[in-house]
Design a binder for this molecule. Structure first.
Ligand code: ISE
Length: 342
């Protein structure tokens, strides 16, 4: 039987998940597009062939003809809608962040823990990106020896007008916070955050440069530049004692003309991580069908860990100091990947 999926939120990401369901996810049906704007819901529903539309997320969650949910609504609604999905007994793929409030993340974790089951897969899609997967495998296979450092930068063409340095930490950097923690299989012990004293002549917020330490002695740096202008550019290099692994950008052509070679940068994260989103959504469908939480996927506990690091990073930036992160014990439900829907 086809899994009937409701997408809540018809913005950039909701539309992209609707596209994936409609075009790239055999065994899934786009059942409902739910958005506060009926016009927007109708537009996306007609573009991708959804069976129905709605403007009421709680009513959508409860529908008997909806088996699973993709939450792509505004960030501040993610935790409450994840909680509602759990209460409705329906699995949900929730776009990052679960919440920027660690306390809200804990409420969702407490709910899953009380039921002894995982319902929410979190949308840290880079875990499914083939390049990050190969990087993690190379480390696990001993190809580069023990990991020592990881360098990361994450550049957007330009940030929305309301984006601040703090939002670079709370909105953009959680991708690196999560995927680096996943690749290194470690936890962070401290974060320091800097911005160049040289202020922008373009009237935009300066880049943010973070240095993170891990409980295993790794050093990690992350640059977030949300006004890079030239393209959407995400790079990473994992440095080991006997080598390194660099992410390769999924470029399909290099144009040679007039004695120069040109490769095109993506305009934003959707084309750059298209395969990651497809594999993530495919893993979610398998989760719904089998009840077994996907081995590589992020869960609500990972969402809590990312929120804690982001909160500490904002504190480090505003106070101009290194902020320590306390050691956390991962709850049993999130250690195994068997905590599943039965
Ligand atoms: C955005 O919210 C995302 O999640 C993208 O993946 C990230 O690259 C971008 O910087 C964020 O603003």
């Amino acid at each position: 039987m086809s899994i009937r999926i409701a997408v809540i939120g018809a913005g950039i990401m909701g539309a992209d998940h609707a596209r994936i369901i409609a075009q790239d996810l055999p065994g899934a049906t786009l059942q409902v597009i739910c958005d506060a704007s009926p016009e927007r819901a109708r537009e996306i529903a007609e573009r991708y062939g959804s069976a129905d539309v709605s403007s009421d997320p709680m009513q959508t969650l409860a529908r008997a003809d909806v088996d699973a949910i993709i939450i792509a609504s505004p960030d501040e609604t993610h935790a409450v809608l994840s909680m509602a999905a759990i209460n409705a007994g329906k699995p949900a793929l929730c776009e990052k962040p679960l919440s920027q409030s660690p306390e809200e993340c804990l409420a969702v974790i407490d709910k899953e823990t009380s039921l002894g089951r995982q319902f929410v897969q979190l949308g840290f899609m880079r875990r499914f990106d083939p390049a990050y997967r190969e990087m993690k495998s190379a480390l696990q296979d001993g190809v580069i020896g023990r990991a020592v450092m990881m360098h990361n930068f994450h550049r957007n063409v330009e940030a929305p007008a309301n984006f601040s340095g703090q939002m670079a930490i709370s909105n953009s950097a959680p991708h690196e916070f999560d995927v680096v923690r996943h690749v290194l299989d470690t936890e962070y012990s401290a974060i320091s955050v800097f911005q160049p004293a040289r202020r922008s002549t373009l009237g935009v917020d300066a880049p943010v440069f973070m240095v993170l330490e891990t409980r295993d002695g790794h050093l990690v740096n992350i640059e977030i530049n949300n006004n890079a202008r030239y393209g959407y550019d995400v790079r990473g290099e994992l440095v080991g004692e006997q080598g390194s692994v660099q992410l390769a950008c999924p470029v399909h052509t290099r144009v040679n003309t007039q004695r120069q070679a040109a490769e095109r940068y993506a305009a934003d994260w959707r084309p750059r991580f298209a395969e990651a989103y497809r594999l993530q959504d495919k893993a979610f469908l398998a989760f719904v069908n089998t009840g077994v939480f996907p081995a590589h996927a992020a869960n609500t506990w990972d969402g809590y860990c990312a929120a804690l690091v982001a909160q500490a990073g904002i504190q480090a930036l505003s106070e101009g100091r290194r902020v320590s992160l306390r050691a956390l014990d991962t709850p049993a439900l999130y250690l195994s990947r068997e905590g599943a829907l039965s």
